[in-house]
Design a protein around this ligand. Structure first.
Ligand SMILES: Nc1nc2c(ncn2[C@@H]2O[C@H](COP(=O)(O)OP(=O)(O)OP(=O)(O)O)[C@@H](O)[C@H]2O)c(=O)[nH]1
Ligand SMILES: [Mg+2]
Length: 639
């Protein structure tokens, strides 16, 4: 049986997981009904198996699966190790690491959107490792598809990335992952001529993606091996690129066997990122098989392995030969870019909703998270029941908070800040590439919005093959991105799509913009009445609905002016026997503005907190009473 290792990479939402799912269905190794039972979530996907992934409809962690496929042309059997990766930029570091396991990649590109910032990022990483790409022009079924223009854009991107010769003659598969078909023949993409399955893609995979260390494979040369035999003869080396966790056996190390062979009960050495070597004995080794794993008697160079029983294993460590421990060059572990304070919930509603509320419980949970969440950093603030938690972006930290609240935790989170870095004695801040696609009619609004937040236009063109769409690329400080998405949606009435990817660090340029609007603050505790909302109709937009409970100091809405305003929402109408003509009409209530966790995090200012409990997300002033706020303001005035 021959082996192929491939990662499926793309910009967010371009259809990686949907395509992976279809490959599972069409491999011939499952019964359709059995797979149907495993699908779920917003997009009905199998591979997005996490609770949060299903709810949000995005992939958060990269996942391995393995399908067997028989090539009818030759009768040969193959095992395809497929790695589905997340597309969101916050998880880019993980994509970079798991690419280490592959010899080739399916670069999925949306046939309307074309290459986007994250396409560029993941492709550049794949090329750096010597992976052979197959380009999939996906979602051909969309009426707005413009496949020929997108093929040109992909080619331009490869040239811009100075792709080597082997990558430039990439095969192109035109596909609809969702409809489960694909073809190499452009003429067959027309309706009526489309194939009914992904057979041509399966064939392209085994034809174009080299077997591990096949002679001439770019990945093999990058690792310094001319053939599989050479890799097998070398002493054991496994680069740990992911960690799985099981309650029974603890940490499970996943990675590619770069060289040598690993067997159960074998003595090995673990070389940590820091260079410490410890001799240990492996308990079990497993390979990926279908949607799970299967125990193996041995796993040899080129295959992907899950190793059980090695203690203290971490991402970036090498599992090496017991007597000849040679570490592989370390994989990158991303530095955090965003930080915020996690505090114990001390709101008047603390403890009403959650199971775990104390500083000790929150601290223990964060310590456990550090074991598998490599890009996370946690520091305990001395003396306070608070932790400074840093990660790769708002979504990275948002996912952690969301996971904790599901598990029954309560906490409060402060305004996120970007992490500044000293470079050659100059204080620098992270900057990002921001790509915005929008109809021509919104172009000037988008420009003034982004330029007004210290963005610089780098590049702009009409999107070829579209009617009147513009593609713009800006360079913008990460700080200016907080809250930008909401404003962008408002400014363009939901028409623009925007994406950003970390670019690097540059000297700090001035203060980030503040929230333009003030907030409405509850002045006393109680229940919200429709009557009060109606009376305050013109004061702004509310985040609460009739019947909600509020406490003093809670942020209940956005003021229509730039200062904060204390209001009372718990007044009800005085009941009288006399019906006043005309004034008894139903209350005017705007639908409350729904604020997701990330929207709240972007929204709050430095004197505010987001209170997160299993069932509620509320915003509040740090100081709940007006007196305290005044006192705090006075103290904050610089002498
Ligand atoms: N029209 C059309 N829509 C598709 C196709 N493939 C996927 N989609 C839709 O695109 C959306 C995103 O699909 P996913 O498979 O989750 O995309 P992804 O690339 O895995 O997304 P992330 O993992 O979050 O980056 C879903 O709404 C899919 O139904 C396709 O071939 N045609
Ligand atoms: Mg996905």
């Amino acid at each position: 049986m021959e082996l192929r290792n491939l990662a499926i990479i793309a910009h967010v939402d371009h259809g990686k997981t949907t395509l992976t799912d279809r490959l599972l269905y069409q491999s011939g190794m499952f019964r359709t009904e059995d797979l149907d039972k495993l699908a779920g979530g917003q997009h009905g996907l199998i591979m997005d198996s996490g609770d949060l992934e299903r709810e949000r409809g995005i992939t958060i962690t990269a996942k391995n699966c393995a399908v067997r496929w028989t090539d009818a042309r030759t009768g040969k059997d193959y095992k395809l190790n497929l790695i589905d990766t997340p597309g969101h930029a916050d998880f880019g570091g993980e994509v970079e690491r798991v690419l280490n396991m592959a010899d080739g990649c399916l670069l999925v590109v949306d046939s309307f959107e074309g290459p986007m910032p994250q396409t560029r990022f993941v492709l550049s990483k794949a090329l750096a490792l010597g992976l052979k790409p197959i380009v999939i022009i996906n979602k051909i079924d969309k009426p707005s598809a413009r496949p020929d223009a997108v093929v040109n854009e992909v080619f331009d991107l490869l040239v811009a990335l100075e792709a080597p010769e082997y990558a430039l003659d990439f095969p192109i598969v035109y596909a609809s992952g969702r409809e489960g078909w694909g073809t190499l023949d452009r003429a067959k993409t027309e309706e009526g001529k489309r194939p009914k399955d992904l057979l041509e893609l399966f064939q392209a995979i085994v034809d174009h993606i080299p077997a591990p260390y096949a002679p001439g494979s770019p990945r093999g040369s990058a690792a310094g091996f001319k053939s599989r035999e050479e890799a097998l003869a070398h002493s054991l080396q496994i680069m740990v690129t992911s960690i799985l966790y099981s309650d029974y056996v603890g940490r499970i190390a996943v990675g590619r066997v770069t060289a040598g062979t690993i067997r159960p009960s074998m003595p090995v050495s673990l070389v940590t990122r820091g260079g410490e070597v410890s001799r240990q004995r492996v308990l079990k080794v497993e390979v990926f098989e279908a949607l799970g794993r299967a125990e193996a008697k041995e796993v040899t160079a080129g295959d992907i392995v899950a190793v059980i029983g090695v203690e203290g294993v971490e991402i970036g460590a090498t599992i090496a030969d017991a007597d000849n421990p040679v570490a592989l060059p370390p994989v990158s572990v991303d530095e955090p870019t965003v930080t915020m304070a996690f505090r114990v919930n001390d709101s008047p509603f603390a403890g009403r909703d959650g199971k775990f509320v104390t500083g000790r419980q929150v601290g223990d949970r964060l310590t456990r998270e550090l074991e598998r969440n490599v890009a996370l950093r946690v520091e305990r603030e001395p003396g306070a029941d608070a932790f400074q938690v840093s990660g790769r972006g708002l979504m990275h930290l948002g996912v952690l908070i969301e996971t904790m609240r599901r598990e029954g935790y309560e906490l409060q989170v402060g305004k996120p800040r970007v992490i500044l870095k000293e470079v050659d004695g100059v204080t620098c801040e992270p900057v990002e590439t921001l790509a915005v696609d929008c109809p021509e009619s919104c172009q000037s609004d988008v420009m003034s919005l982004v330029l007004g937040r210290k963005g610089e236009l780098r590049h702009m063109d009409a999107k070829a093959g579209t009617s009147g769409w513009i593609h713009m690329e800006f360079k913008i400080p990460s700080r200016s991105l907080f809250g930008l998405r909401t404003m962008m949606l408002t400014t363009t009435r939901g028409e623009a799509v925007m994406y950003h990817t970390l670019l690097g660090y540059e000297p700090v340029r001035g203060e980030p913009p503040r929230r333009p609007a003030g907030v409405l603050i509850a002045g006393e505790p109680g229940q919200v009445f429709a009557y009060s909302l109606d009376r305050l109709y013109d004061r702004g937009d509310f985040f609460v609905s009739p019947g909600d409970e509020v406490y003093e100091g809670m942020v209940v809405g956005e003021h229509c002016k730039d200062n904060d305003l204390v209001i009372n929402l718990s007044h009800n109408k005085k009941l009288t026997n006399v019906r006043a003509a005309g004034s008894d009409d139903a209350a005017r209530i705007k639908p409350p503005r729904k604020m997701s966790l990330e929207a709240c995090l972007e929204y709050i200012e430095i004197d505010e907190l987001v209170e997160v409990t299993p069932n509620f997300i509320r915003m509040r002033k740090r100081h709940l009473t007006e007196n305290d706020r005044k006192r705090f303001d006075k103290q904050a005035v610089p002498a």
